[in-house]
Design a binder for this molecule. Structure first.
Ligand code: FAD
Length: 323
């Protein structure tokens, strides 16, 4: 039986959904594998460990350390490498998040092994596990097979569905002491620039504004719609460059990649660099006053009109539906 490590990731004491998706991915790699979850942090991680078991982990290793209070590649790297050397896994899966993107290449280098990043689908084909990932800003897909060494992958959030949690599942949870030392990076403070609402990269619904929104004040209307829908707010680089919103909201080739169930593009023209970050959304709705706008080429539903007239109507309708 093979063994696959799933490195979980939390934010503000809560596990990110991609951690559960990573367990489902591990099972897709090898249904019979022993899935070992890894939870890192400073304290109070028991609940997170139990949650991983509910979502399919057979065993969970918890590492609590002062140096793991905030993410640093050195601290997390030392902890994960120590677990890998003890557990000798056949596979490692982590989310393709900011932390996953930073940590996994460093670990792969230390292990002198390959890494398939940003996987959106896993298929079994004639006895081979194939990993499908977008390339050229989402214009094409490649299939990769790992023929040698550890199967090391990161998965894009919102693409591989997590299993239904089963609260009756039991699994061994062990706490491991690891000597983490010589950390040269000191995190003094974590400043959150984005709104405290729904996490953009994991949101099921995204309302994104572009230069057409015309001002910081114009974004208020977007937040109203997002509030009613329980959505996260995103933006095009055009809107960020114009100073209407923070760069942490930018979606696209040089911003965040999102795959929500519903993406509402408001006053966004649909430049190729923007499409790279959102074109794999399940349903795309575009609101634009220009019927020739490129965004309509990828939209499932298009509303041709002035966003300042359309948005209040949508907010009113969705509010009425909720009541
Ligand atoms: P515009 O192209 O100006 O579009 C505004 C749209 O709003 C228009 O279609 C207009 O018809 C519509 N509009 C105006 N007023 C209204 C109204 N009242 N009602 C309804 N519709 C209205 N861009 C990204 O988004 N993400 C990236 O990650 C990114 N990376 C880049 C990397 C590189 C190397 C380069 C060169 C560019 C990158 N860009 C990126 C920029 C990209 O090329 C576009 O310039 C940008 O996406 C345009 O933003 P926009 O659609 O908001 O603005």
């Amino acid at each position: 039986m093979s063994k696959i490590l799933v490195i979980a990731e939390g934010k503000d004491g809560v596990l990110r959904n991609v951690s559960f998706e990573a367990i489902a991915a591990a099972k897709q790699i090898d249904h019979d594998a022993e899935i070992v979850g890894v939870v890192l942090g400073k304290e109070q991680l028991e609940e997170q460990a139990e949650q991983l078991v509910h979502y399919g982990a057979d065993r969970v290793i918890v590492v609590q350390h002062e140096e793991l209070k905030a993410y640093t590649s050195e601290g997390y790297g030392q902890a994960v490498l120590s677990i890998i050397s003890e557990e000798a896994p056949d596979g490692i899966v982590m989310g393709h998040t900011s932390i996953g993107k930073d940590l996994t290449p460093k670990i792969a280098t230390k292990l002198d092994t390959g890494l398939v990043s940003d996987v959106i689908e896993i298929q079994q084909n004639e006895g081979r596990t194939e990993f499908i990932r977008p390339i050229y800003s989402g214009k094409a897909f490649e299939r990769k097979t790992i023929t040698d060494g550890i199967t090391f992958v990161t998965i894009r959030p919102n693409n591989i569905a997590a299993l239904e949690p089963d609260t009756s599942r039991n699994g061994e949870i062990t706490t491991k002491d690891i000597d983490i030392k010589n950390i040269r990076t000191i995190v003094k403070e974590v400043v959150r620039k984005a709104s405290e609402g729904v996490d953009l990269s994991e949101a099921k619904v995204v309302v994104a504004g572009g230069r057409g929104v015309k001002s910081e004040g114009g974004f208020k209307e977007l937040y109203e719609l997002a509030d009613v829908l329980g959505a996260a707010v995103g933006a095009s680089r055009g809107a960020c460059d114009a100073g209407y919103c923070d760069y942490s909201l930018q979606i696209g080739q040089t911003g965040k990649v999102v795959t929500p169930d519903l993406y509402i593009a408001v006053g966004i023209s649909g430049a190729i660099q923007h499409l790279a970050g959102m074109s794999h959304s399940k349903v795309i709705v575009a609101i634009n006053k220009d019927p020739e706008s490129n965004i309509f080429a990828v939209a499932d539903y298009g509303i041709v009109g002035d966003l300042f007239e359309v948005l209040p109507l949508l907010v009113e309708e969705f509010k009425a539906l909720k009541n």
